[in-house]
Each structure stands twice: as C-alpha cells, then as structure tokens.
Design a protein around this ligand. Structure first.
Ligand code: B12
Ligand code: SF4
Ligand code: SF4
Length: 388
C-alpha cells in the first residue's frame, strides 16, 4: 500500500466533490491507455458461497493459492483497512494482425494463447495503475492506494462486474457487449470517496451455449462454472507435473493456454483489438512450428521468454506441452526424430510425455480431430472468413 505525496505547492482541496473526482479519475485512466474504467465498492462477499462451493468440489486442482485468504478474496478491504472503492480497468490484448483459427487448424503449428504472445500483461497494467495513483495524488492530495492485476487474493471478475465493465459469461469470463472478452482486468484499491458505477446486471448469454459445447476438454460441469482441472489453460500453465493422459489428445496443438471458449463467443465477433505495442507477438510466436519451439535450448527459452507470461510454465513445462502438441501432430519420422534427440536431456516427467508422443506418432493416425472443427463446422467456416 502506498501513500502518494501531495502536490508540490501543497494546495490541497479542502472540499472534495466526489462526482468531479470520479470523472477526473476516469479521464486520467483513459489517458493512460486503459480501454475502459469503472468504479465499484469493495464488498463482494455475496460471491463467498460460490467460491466455497467451487473449492469444495476441488475444481481448483493444484492451485493451492486459491484455497488461501478466502476472506480477502471476497472482502478486499481486509487487504488494507480503510479501502473504500476499487477503480477497475480493462486492457485489451488481442493484436489485430494475428490469426487464431488457422493456427488451431494446422497441427504442425503451436497455438499460444493470444494474451501470451507478447509482454507479460502484469507489469504494464500494474505500472499504469501506479501512474494513475500518482496523477490522482497530484490533483487530489495524498490518499491510500494499492494496484492489483492478478497479483493478490481478490476476485477480480466480480469486482469488474460490479464496476459495470461487463457480465460474467457462461465461460466465466467478463464480456463487454461492445468490446468482447479479450481483455485483462486490473484494479486500484483506494480510500477515495468515489461514486460507484451501477453493476452490470444483464446477462447477454441467454440460450447460447457455444463456449461450453466447444470446450475441447469439457471443462464446464454447468454454465458459469469451470472445473479448472480439465481446462487446458490450467493443464498447460498451472499444473506442474504430468498432464493426465485422457487430456493429451484433446489438447491438440495448444501449448500455452487456450482461447476456444472466447473464440466461438458471438460477442467476440465485435471484439476490440489492442493498440498496445506490449502485446505484439515476439519471436514469431503467433506462427511458430511446434518442432522449432521444441528445439529451443534452455538458454534460448530463457532469452526468448524474458518478460513474457510463458516463463510461468518453466522450461520443462514448456517441453512437456510441446511434446504433447507434437504427439498430436501426425508429423511422422521428422517429429519422432526431434523428440528422440532431445529425450536424454529432459526431466523424467518430460521423458514420459515424449514416450507417449512417440507412441502416438507411431500409430500414424490422423491427428485427433480438433474439437473446434468437430463440433462447430459452421462456426469455424464463419470464423475463417473473418479477420481471425
Ligand atoms: C484461478 C484463475 C484461472 C484458473 C481458473 C479459472 C476460473 N474460471 O476460475 C485457470 C488457470 C483455468 C484460468 C484460465 C484462464 N484465465 Co484466469 N484467472 C484466475 C484468477 C487468478 C482467479 C479466478 C477465480 O477467482 N476463480 C474462482 C472461481 C470460484 O471463480 P469463477 O470461475 O469466476 O466462479 C464464479 C462463477 O462460477 C459464478 N457463478 C457460479 N454459478 C453461477 C450462476 C450464475 C447464474 C452466474 C451469473 C454466475 C455463477 O460465481 C463464481 C464466483 O464469483 C483470476 C484473477 C483474479 N485474481 O481474479 C484470473 C482471470 C479470471 N483469468 C483471466 C484469463 C484471461 C484467463 C484465460 C482466458 C487465459 C488463457 N487464455 O488461457 C483462461 C480462461 C479460462 C476460463 N474459461 O475461465 C482473466 C479474465 C479476464 C476476463 N475478461 O474476464 C483474469 C481476471 C486475470 C486478469 N487479471 O485479467 N484462470
Ligand atoms: S480455455 Fe479452453 S479448455 Fe479452458 S474452458 Fe475455455 S475452451 Fe475449455
Ligand atoms: S459463447 Fe455464448 S454462452 Fe458462452 S459466454 Fe459467449 S454468449 Fe455466453
């Protein structure tokens, strides 16, 4: 928690007009490059029973951090007494030039979740939130503030919904009707007397179930509820050990995260693209071949993923994911040779995935049909005609 310094001249306003201050805060946030901003009060304790139920079902898998600090998650003022409001921001991350469906359809290529192609979002969003706090202090005087972006035990989606940034769709992510869902969320917790926005009450999912139908691993036990243990994002990023064999063929070529449930969402037909350089693909990661990435040495991995979210899965996790992708590629002898050559230098966990992949390749079967094509041929045809 930081207390920002008063302006140089020390002339602090004695009477605060909350309405004017709220407008100033929003203008400053937009000027800093945030694509939308809303204010919410910080009591989201109504979500507590749902969080508890989710945990009781074991849906968090090995993400033990989700089991800790349940009070803080739903009552962020417990992170720091005196917190009154959250300034919630969203930043879009989908670069306009990247293809998604075509890469998913090509089993030799690596599909990396579109938020992870460039710079790790945590740093730029946090930095801007800190700049926002500084700018507010220049006009308002000292106040208490703390920036978060996926960095503290706070339920960010309910806060964003309360701030009017969108509704939580059946895939559990926040969607804005005019901008889609390809954005990350951050917030500045403050003691400022701001005026909260009305919460986003409407649910525009209605009878649609496209995200649930398309999910390659069937990760939604019911609408709005995700069993993270089945989600490819969890399996390829958060899970540190072996990927259960039942999921390997279903993962296809998704080697870091997954976007399928967002890709088919009708509201993403109107999604906004990012204008931020930070999210531009680095090292050709939007079009890379699985084998080329698998051939990276550890030094290359560390160099090429500097400042990237991909670092999170570590080099062995990266190789594990790529081995699964190559196993699904129907890449023949070339793929088997690439896997065999590297096997010796890998951890036993990765070796086990390599052995599985070689077996799959030796079967010589056609690559496991990508569920996107299997379940939604009409939707994919449509997507192929679009800029995706
Ligand atoms: C843990 C986590 C994950 C886990 C679990 C995901 C999950 N849905 O919980 C995994 C690793 C799988 C994951 C994956 C992804 N994540 Co994530 N993740 C988080 C994290 C850290 C916590 C989320 C959480 O609290 N989960 C606990 C459960 C209980 O919450 P929930 O799913 O929202 O459950 C609610 C609903 O089920 C609802 N509910 C239950 N029943 C009903 C019934 C009705 C009628 C309604 C309306 C609601 C409802 O109530 C529950 C409580 O609010 C947040 C950051 C944060 N600190 O909040 C980012 C966050 C949610 N992730 C984010 C992103 C971008 C992703 C990915 C897209 C990344 C990727 N491309 O691979 C995927 C998307 C997968 C998906 N469909 O959710 C963004 C989402 C931005 C957005 N637009 O909403 C966040 C907010 C990070 C950020 N700061 O931007 N993530
Ligand atoms: S990110 Fe992929 S695996 Fe996870 S819920 Fe969405 S479609 Fe399913
Ligand atoms: S795909 Fe359909 S059900 Fe899923 S979030 Fe989008 S509108 Fe809602």
């Amino acid at each position: 928690m930081s207390t920002n310094q008063p302006p140089d001249n020390g002339c602090l306003p004695t009477h605060i007009d909350p309405k004017a201050l709220t407008e100033q805060v929003k203008t400053l946030a937009r000027d800093l490059g945030f694509h939308e901003v809303g204010i919410s009060s910080i009591d989201i304790s109504a979500q507590r029973p749902r969080l508890e139920q989710w945990l009781q079902q074991g849906y968090q898998g090995e993400m033990e951090f989700m089991e800790r600090h349940q009070d803080k998650r739903t009552q962020p003022d417990q992170l720091h007494p005196g917190t009154l409001n959250a300034i919630c921001v969203r930043m879009e991350y989908l670069p306009p030039e990247v293809e998604t469906v075509r890469v998913l359809q090509n089993p030799q290529q690596a599909y990396i979740s579109r938020y992870a192609l460039g710079r790790d979002y945590h740093k730029p969003v946090r930095k801007r939130l800190a700049q926002l706090a500084k700018k507010i202090a220049e006009i308002h005087g000292p106040f208490i503030s703390r920036p978060f972006v996926d960095s503290a035990p706070v339920m960010e989606k309910p806060l964003a919904q309360k701030a009017g940034l969108g509704w939580q769709g059946k895939h559990s992510l926040i969607i804005d009707r005019s901008a889609g869902s390809y954005f990350v969320i951050g917030e500045l917790l403050t003691d400022l007397p701001l005026i909260p926005d009305p919460p986003y009450e409407e649910d525009h999912c209605r009878r649609c179930t496209a995200c649930m139908d398309v999910c390659p691993t069937n990760a939604f036990p019911e609408p709005y509820v995700l069993d993270a243990r089945r989600c490819i994002s969890y399996l390829t990023i958060e899970l540190k050990g072996s990927i259960p064999e039942e999921f390997r063929p279903l993962i296809g070529n998704r080697v870091f995260g997954c976007d399928d449930c967002q890709l088919v969402c009708p509201w993403n037909r109107y999604c906004h693209y990012t204008d931020q350089q930070d999210f531009k693909p680095r090292h050709g990661l939007d079009q890379a071949q699985l084998i080329d990435l698998f051939n990276w040495s550890e030094a290359e991995f560390l160099k090429n993923t500097e400042g990237s979210p991909i670092r999170r899965c570590g080099y062995q996790g990266w190789l594990r994911n790529l081995a699964v992708g190559i196993g699904n590629s129907n890449g023949g002898e070339t793929a088997i040779n690439a896997l065999s050559e590297k096997r010796e230098s890998c951890s036993p966990m990765v070796q086990e995935h390599i052995d599985w992949a070689i077996q799959e390749l030796q079967k010589g079967a056609a690559p496991a049909a990508l569920p996107l094509t299997e379940h939604h041929p009409r939707k994919v045809r449509h997507l192929l005609k679009t800029k995706f």
